[in-house]
Design a protein around this ligand. Structure first.
Ligand SMILES: Cc1cc2nc3c(=O)[nH]c(=O)nc-3n(C[C@H](O)[C@H](O)[C@H](O)COP(=O)(O)OP(=O)(O)OC[C@H]3O[C@@H](n4cnc5c(N)ncnc54)[C@H](O)[C@@H]3O)c2cc1C
Length: 436
């Protein structure tokens, strides 16, 4: 078996893995990233379909916060373009642009109980939050029975957390909207989201390497410490020795790679009982005639399953061949955290799109992808996150199963990378080591 020695191995080139690898490499640790796919970005990557650049997962990249800071820190250009206006609501066939008025303007138009809900947002901002057991739906029922307001909250939960309002703790919802980024300012990458990862990949290669199409098959441990990784490269097993492994494969896959006997019982119990993968459905649509003119993302009001839709080519025309518009619509099944009938859920989502857009049947569906199980929308729903520490010295997890409470998306993944790499650098002197 071929063998190598590096300072750190990162398993998985998703958002969390690449942000972690870039920080490690920038901090002086020679870092090797291995990923089983043939492209960067994991669930936030991009594929080419009939000349369109079609995103698999994330499209909206937040300005500000840890994500953008990661790119600045490691010297990677971040090419994202903001739609103007960015976020609006699409209710009863009309775009409602709430602009700077935000929640108060939107709720004020829909319900007389707006002030009661807004008071609770103010309470949450000063730290007075419901406990983690009450769902967002039950919390909202305490203040209004307005069906459109309930539909909007459901669709916001679906759009941001890939779950239903009955499945998301109100505490997580309020934490996100009162103290996290909440997608107030975001942009799309004109090369497709893979463009941001290619930029980060170049920064990693200044002090490391990335092996694509290379699954890690084993994480080696002894006496509670990590010792290395075996990966399958060009069909050959390669042993990589290191005392630092960051896994972006998710806690369940990480346990399978190292073997459950290597982990403390309390960690195994959390992996078994606490993870709640969340599902969504991604419908990529191209059309010659516009479906909607709003350039950013619209969140829908009363629908069966569809929650939001982005008009990508309005801001980034290079994503589509000339003369075409490119949209992506998202739906969330019921339940999103349990088993569901994929075909039936997709049919409901398509019914919604036909109802929302009179000319939808003239559009071309480029792809429909159901994100679920081991390739989910969120590896664990907000409010059900695992620790980044695994109980094995030198082995950490990053990514959307180990987020900070109430955070979401690629921003949350970048934050996991910062927390883990800050802890690593605080505990060890900076040095550089062997080459791959
Ligand atoms: C449809 C959809 C829309 C979304 N929209 C947005 C959005 O607009 N904005 C936003 O910020 N977020 C969005 N998100 C969320 C965001 O895309 C995810 O939270 C994020 O991409 C997850 O990244 P991660 O770090 O957990 O890694 P992952 O994407 O899970 O990547 C992990 C990588 O590890 C690889 N891997 C696994 N096992 C192994 C192994 N044994 N060996 C080698 N490699 C391995 C996988 O193949 C994968 O490439 C969306 C998600 C979905 C699904």
């Amino acid at each position: 078996m071929d063998s190598h020695k590096v300072d750190a191995v990162v398993i998985g080139a998703g958002a969390g893995g690449l942000c972690a690898a870039a920080r490690l490499a920038h901090g002086g640790l020679h870092t090797l990233v291995v990923d089983d796919k043939d492209r960067l970005g994991g669930r936030a990557s991009t594929e080419e379909i009939e000349g369109f650049k079609v995103n698999i997962g994330a499209i909206a990249i937040e300005f500000g916060g840890v994500f953008e800071e990661t790119f600045h820190t490691v010297g990677a250009p971040l090419d994202i373009r903001a739609p103007e206006p960015a976020s609006s609501f699409f209710i009863d066939g009309k775009v409602i642009d709430v602009g700077r008025g935000g929640w108060s303007l939107l709720l004020g138009q829909l319900t007389k109980q707006a002030s009661r809900i807004l008071e609770k947002f103010a309470d949450a901002r000063s730290g007075n939050l419901p406990d983690g057991r009450q769902s967002t739906e039950d919390w909202l029922k305490g203040y209004t029975s307005n069906a459109t307001v309930h539909a909007l909250f459901r669709n916001l939960c679906a759009a941001i957390f890939a779950c239903n309002a009955a499945e998301l703790p109100a505490r997580a919802f309020l934490t996100y909207f009162t103290s996290k980024g909440a997608f107030k300012k975001f942009g799309f990458c004109p090369q497709g989201t893979i463009g941001v990862w290619n930029s980060l990949g170049s920064a990693i290669r200044r002090n490391g390497d990335i092996w694509l199409g290379t699954p890690a098959t084993t994480i080696h441990t002894a006496n509670g410490r990590v010792e290395g990784v075996t990966a399958l490269r060009d069909g050959e097993k390669v042993r990589i020795d290191t005392d630092l492994v960051i896994s972006n494969a998710g806690p369940k896959a990480t346990v399978a790679l190292a073997g459950s006997e290597a982990f403390p019982a309390d960690y195994l119990a959390k992996v078994k009982n606490d993870l709640r993968p969340a599902a969504n459905i991604v419908i990529n649509v191209a059309s010659r005639e516009p479906l909607i003119n709003h350039p950013g993302i619209v969140t829908f009001g009363r629908t069966r399953r569809i929650c939001n839709m982005a008009n990508l080519s309005a801001t980034c025309p290079e994503l589509a061949p000339p003369g075409w518009h490119l949209y992506v619509a998202y739906a969330v099944p019921v339940p999103a955290l349990g088993d569901f009938d994929s075909d039936a859920e997709v049919a409901l989502a398509l019914e919604d799109l036909r109802e929302q857009f009179a000319n939808f049947d003239q559009a071309k569906i480029l792809s429909i992808r159901v994100m679920r199980d081991d390739w989910p929308a969120q590896r664990s729903c907000a409010g059900y996150d695992l620790p980044r520490e695994t109980g094995i010295e030198g082995l950490w997890c990053v990514g959307d199963a180990v987020k900070q409470y109430g955070n979401g998306g690629t921003q949350a993944c970048a934050e996991t990378a910062k927390i883990v790499t800050d802890a690593i650098f605080a505990a060890r002197p900076r040095r550089s080591a062997g080459r791959v």
